[in-house]
Write a protein that binds this ligand. Structure first.
Ligand SMILES: NC(=O)c1ccc[n+]([C@@H]2O[C@H](COP(=O)([O-])OP(=O)(O)OC[C@H]3O[C@@H](n4cnc5c(N)ncnc54)[C@H](O)[C@@H]3O)[C@@H](O)[C@H]2O)c1
Length: 309
C-alpha cells in the first residue's frame, strides 16, 4: 500500500486537517467510530472545497484529485497501517486519547510519527503508557485547518533531530507555517495570547468602557487589521521602542489580572448559551445567519490566504 497520513476523529478539526493534508498532495485515511460522522466530514470537506474553487484557490480538476485522495473508514487498522504520520483529533479526554494511541501503537511500526491535535493536554501525559514516546508530538492546528497556516508543534524531548525535521518538513510541505515550541507550556503560544486579550476585553465591557460589538470592531479594525502582516514585536519596532516602553509603563499597572474566567462568560455558559451551537452566545444568531457568518468568515480567510501567497 502507498504511504499515506492518517487522521483519527472526523469532527470539526479532523475533517479540516484531513483536507489540509489532501490539498498538500497526501493520501489521507480519515477514521471515525461510525459512518454518520464520516458522512458529515465528507459534506464539510466538499463545502470547504467549493469555497476554495469559488475563491479561485483551486481548480475543479484539482478538487476531484483532492476528493479522490481521502479514504473514509471506521476500521482503525485500515486507517493506520502503512501510515507515515497519524494525527489524533478525538475529543479532549485524556483517557480516550491514551486508549486510541495504545491501539495505534500496536498496529504501526516504531518509526511512524504519532501526533495529537490537543488544545490543552500535556505531551508528557499523552505518552504515559507509550511504547515509543520518542515518536510522539503535538501538532496544534487552528480552525479551519485547511485555511489557517499556523501549526504549533511540540515534540518529545527524546525525539531524534531527524524526527523533528521530518515532521516540520511534512507540515511545510502542505503549505503550513509551523512554529516549534522550545518548551511545553499550558495553552502553547497562540491560545495564551488570545486568552490574555480576552481577559482584558471582557474587563473593558464589564467596566462599561465599550460594548461587545464595539470591542470586536476595535480589534478587527485596529491591531487585528495589521496582524496578518505585522506581528506585535514588529509593531513595536515600527512604532518606536521609546514610545512603547512609556505606553507599557503607563498601561500595565491598570490592566486586569484576574485568575478566574470572566463573570459574564461563566454566566452565559451556565445558562446554556454556547454561541452558534445554541443560536445564543455573546451575540444572537439564527440558523440562516450562522451559515452566512461561517461562509463569510471562510471566504475572507480564503481571500487573505490568497493575498499572503
Ligand atoms: N475545535 C477547535 O477549534 C479546536 C482547535 C484546536 C484543537 N482542537 C482539539 O482538537 C481535538 C478535536 O476537537 P474537535 O473540535 O474536532 O472535536 P469534535 O467533537 O468536533 O470531533 C471529534 C470527533 O472524534 C470522534 N471520536 C470520538 N471518539 C473517537 C474515537 N475513540 N476514535 C475515533 N474517533 C472518535 C467523534 O465522533 C467526532 O467526530 C480536541 O483535542 C480539541 O481540543 C480543537
Amino acid at each position: 500500500m502507498e504511504k499515506h497520513v492518517s487522521v483519527l476523529g472526523a469532527g470539526v478539526m479532523g475533517s479540516s486537517i484531513a483536507l489540509a493534508y489532501a490539498l498538500g498532495g497526501w493520501q489521507v485515511h480519515l477514521y471515525d467510530v461510525a459512518d454518520p460522522f464520516l458522512l458529515r466530514a465528507q459534506n464539510t470537506i466538499q463545502q470547504h472545497l467549493a469555497l476554495l474553487t469559488e475563491n479561485h484557490l483551486q481548480t475543479q480538476t484539482a478538487v476531484s484529485g483532492v476528493l479522490a485522495r481521502i479514504f473514509y473508514t471506521t476500521q482503525l487498522a485500515a486507517a493506520v497501517v502503512d501510515s507515515e504520520l497519524v494525527t489524533e483529533c478525538i475529543p479532549e479526554v485524556l483517557t480516550d486519547k491514551l486508549q486510541i494511541f495504545h491501539q495505534v501503537e500496536a498496529l504501526v511500526s516504531s518509526n511512524v510519527l504519532l501526533a495529537s491535535n490537543t488544545s490543552s493536554l500535556r505531551l508528557n501525559d499523552l505518552t504515559t503508557d507509550a511504547r515509543h514516546p520518542e515518536r510522539f508530538a503535538i501538532t496544534h492546528f487552528f480552525n479551519p485547518a485547511n485555511l489557517v497556516p499556523l501549526v504549533e508543534v511540540l515534540i518529545s524531548p527524546q525525539a531524534p533531530m531527524d524526527t523533528t525535521d521530518r515532521l516540520l518538513q511534512i507540515l511545510v510541505g502542505i503549505g503550513k507555517r509551523p512554529i516549534l515550541l522550545h518548551k511545553e507550556i499550558n495553552g502553547f503560544v497562540a491560545n495564551r495570547l488570545q486568552a490574555a486579550l480576552l481577559r482584558e476585553a471582557f474587563h473593558l465591557v464589564e467596566q462599561g468602557v465599550c460594548t461587545f460589538a464595539e470591542l470586536d470592531q476595535a480589534v478587527s479594525s485596529g491591531p487585528g487589521f495589521r496582524w496578518p502582516f505585522v506581528g506585535p514585536f514588529a509593531t513595536v519596532d515600527f512604532g518606536g521602542l521609546d514610545t512603547w516602553n512609556r505606553v507599557c509603563e503607563n498601561i500595565f499597572p491598570t490592566l486586569n489580572n484576574a485568575t478566574t474566567s470572566p463573570t459574564v462568560l461563566q454566566q452565559l455558559h451556565y445558562q446554556g448559551h454556547l454561541g452558534i451551537k445554541t443560536n445564543q452566545g455573546i451575540f444572537s444568531y439564527n440558523q440562516e445567519n450562522v451559515r452566512q457568518s461561517l461562509q463569510q468568515r471562510d471566504h475572507h480567510l480564503a481571500q487573505l490566504l490568497k493575498l499572503r501567497e
